[in-house]
Structures are given as structure tokens and as C-alpha cells.
Design a binder for this molecule. Sequence first.
Ligand SMILES: [Zn+2]
Length: 548
Amino acid sequence: MVFKKLLAALAALCFAQAAAADTLVDNVNGYTIGADGRLVRFQAMLVGDDGKVEQLYQRGEKPKRTRYRFDGKGRTLLPGLIDAHGHVMGLGLNALQLDLSDTKSLQEAQAKIAAYAAANPTPRWIIGRGWNQETWGLGRFPTAAELDSAVKDRPVWLERVDGHAGWANSAAMKEAGITATTKSPSGGQIEMARGQPTGIFVDAASSLIDKVVPPALPRTRDQALDRAQEIMLSNGLTAAADMGTSPDDWLVMRRAGDDGRLKVRIIAYGSGVESALAIAGTRPTPWLYGDRLRLVGVKLYADGALGSRGAWLKQPYRDSPGTRGLSFVTETELLNIMSRAAMDRFQVAVHAIGDAANAQAIGAIEELANTYKGDRRWRIEHAQIVDPADLARFGRNGIVASMQPVHETSDWRMAEARMGMDRLGGAYAWRSMIANGSPLAFGSDFPVESPNPFPGLAAAISRQDPEGQPPGGWLPEQRVSLEQALAAFTRGAAYAGFAEDRIGSLEKGRWADFILVDRDIFDVPTPRQLRETKVVETWIAGRKVWPN
Ligand SMILES: [Zn+2]
């Protein structure tokens, strides 16, 4: 009996010591989203020795004693933001490559390409991205000849801003063996003029050039992941879903984890079923490195993008009546691939932008849900243009709508041109998704758009671009509240990746992943002030990781 009492006393002492090592994050203007989707406010947060939240405190309340106290100096504290749809390696590699996203004309782009070539004699291939003929006011795609005039002696291959078209120079086409007789692959288009390839490769046709580009060296790829993490952390992102992880990407992430360089949390979706199987075998991986890495599902494609008219529509494009876009897979093919993934309990995330692609993806989910029961959290990525008649099917089937508010503010003019307002009743329909009971997750699709989530939050509540256009917002009935937008960037994004038991909210048992920002986002009068919010510090698992 005495021995038992002694043990109990000893246990109590150990517990007291563990509790004493806790950190009180004190004197903050704290916000998180509660289980009911409502805003929760707090003034202090107790973080356990294990890096997880112990308790939140309101004004006046305090824990009895803690070993460490961090003074937040009254700053606003938010849960670490989670991007529900990004491309982590793409973000890092992009940051290391030629970036044309700031060019305002073809001439400016040509000058920048030539200067980059001169400054970077190796590697031989010049790879870049970010061009957009719409911003250049060109009214057509650029040509290989126009690229040759910048760089002739080395292959150049430049991805369009949306990732759905590529621009090659003559040297790149020569190395890829592209001639006047090369056939466009299914799901893609080699642009032709007067019987010759113009240098533009749309959607699946990009693979004709991609496959001859020498792969980035492992060292470069490690650098890219480090760079991507710094960019994410500096923007207040503590986690992201990586939409299309290749086995090689996975190795880079594992190396970082093994080396202790993995700071952010990555919820990975294999790039197609083959990648998921190669990475994880026959089921999702466990969480690795203290809940920093897991492969949970598979990313699939039903169509292309609106900018390149690759989005698959129910009716022809208004500004190109000869086409309805590109369907990447037949109904049977999609069912087979999704079934193959679901059989091994991989979560399925289908890219669908056009209304026909969304209808196809929803139809496949409805059919498969009869066979693959339980908590599957079928995801549709982007869900940009949905036939209003199909909106309720999202909620009915519990389909996660994984959407990117900044796409709306970047695309609204183009969407009107491509389809006309009368067909856009279900376009970027965030509020309808919530109203229909669909779990909503927000992201940015970085590096297609900036990974900074604050422009996303501003777009979500205003449906106005950074210039404040259009006045009053585009289809303003689809605006959401800031509370709903923050929920979609935190709890919603965590739920979308089967991670809500670990991250997405600051409550007992969840990781203490949080950020301090330079303003009270719930007390700013304009979307502009929300958009311009700056991250001051980023913490993961109760430790400050940025700036370091
Ligand atoms: Zn994407």
C-alpha cells in the first residue's frame, strides 16, 4: 500500500514537472475557429512541453505557474494558415528559376530571358514560367521565333502562368524531335500555323518537351524545398496539401525530414495512382517526422484550365465556338482510376475546372460512393465553373470543395469572355458551397498564384481584385464572411486532408502552430488592409521557426 502511494506521489511530481515546462503564450489578441465554425477569442495560450495546445485563457484568467512565458505584446495571433492546394516543389523550383510573372509585354519578357541566359550559363536548358499573353495585351500566343530572338543557342522552355501551356524555342523543339508531322497527344494540343508548330504546347502536349528536359539535380531539389518552406513560413503558412507529389518529390521531402530540415507540414497527394502506389505501397502512409509529412491520397485530372481553353465545358466557349475544351479521361477511365485509388483507401482529389468536368467528377463520386463506403472525403480541386444545377450535388455527397479565392479575382474578366455571364451562375461559388453543406477548403494553387493567404482572405470577402475591381465585387452574392474564409484556410483545409485531429485550430491536443501578424484582421475596415497583412512570426509545434 505504501509503495503504491509512493508511486502515485512520484507520478504526481513528474506530472507537475512536465506541466512546469509548459510555455504560456501571453498577452495576445488571439483568434481561432471553433468546432461550430465560429470565431473563438483568447488572451493567452498554454503550450505543453510536447508542442501541443493545453488550454486557452480569456482575459483575467491565468494558469497557476508555467516555466516559460512569451509576451505577445498584444499582437494578433492566428492559427497557422493551411493551403489546401499548392505545389510545394513547384514553389521552390519556381523561386530558383526564371520568373516572367512580372513582365508587362512580350518585349520586356524577351529582354528578361536574354539577361537570365547571360547570367546563368548553366544548366544548359533555360527553364522558366509565369508568362501570360493576356497581361502582355498580345491577343495571341507568343511564338518560337520570338523566343529565338532572345535565346537561340540553348533550349528554352517556359511554362504559362496557369501551368496549362508551354512556350518552347526552336532549339528546345529540335531536342524534343518536334516537326510539322508530330501528332498532338490526347488531352493536348500542339499549336500550328501554316503547317508548322508555333512553339506553344497546350496541356498534355507539354509532356512532349517536358520529357526531354534534364531533371533537376538532387541538390537543386533540396535547395528548392528549403526555399519553398521559407516562402511558406514568411507568408504565415504552417501546412499545405501538396497536389501532385511525384516519387522524386517524396524523396526530397523524406531527405528533409531525415535531416531535420522539414519545418512545415505537408499533406501529400500522389501525382496519379502510380505515384501514390510507388510512394506508399497499398495504403496511405502514417504521419512522419512529428506529423510533418504524410501521403494521404491521389491527385487526378478531369480537364485543363480556363485560360488556355482547356477547361471542359458543357457548351462551346463563347470566344471560341469551335471548342468545348479538353476532357482528359472518359467516364469509364475516370471511374477505373478513382476505383483503383479508393480500393487502397487513398483519398481522391480530382482537378475539375469546367462545368462538364465538374459534372463528370461528381457523377463518378456518386457512383463510387456506393461501393467505397465510410469517411472518404472525396475532393474536387478548383470547382471553378459549376453548373448551378450541379451545386447541390456537392453537399449531398459531402464532396470537399477545394477552392482558391485568388483565382476568382485573377480570372473574372477572362471567365466572362470565355463563357458570358449567363453561364456563370455557379462560378467560384463559395457561398453556395457552404449553403449546400459542402466542406469548403481554401488555398492558393501556389505557385500559380502567390502563396500569401491574405490576398486570398481579402478576395474571399470582397470578390474584388487588388485594384478594387469590379466595384461592389464580382457576383457579390458568393462572398463569404472573414470568419468563414479563415475557417476554410484553417479547419476546413485540415479537414480536407484528414488532419483536423492534429492541426487547423488552437484547442487542447492540437499542435501549437500559429502566427503573429501586424494587425487585427477582424478590425480592419477595408479588403486592402486585410490583403496587406504582414506576418511577424511563425511558430510550429510551439517553437518559433520564422524568422530565424
Ligand atoms: Zn494545382
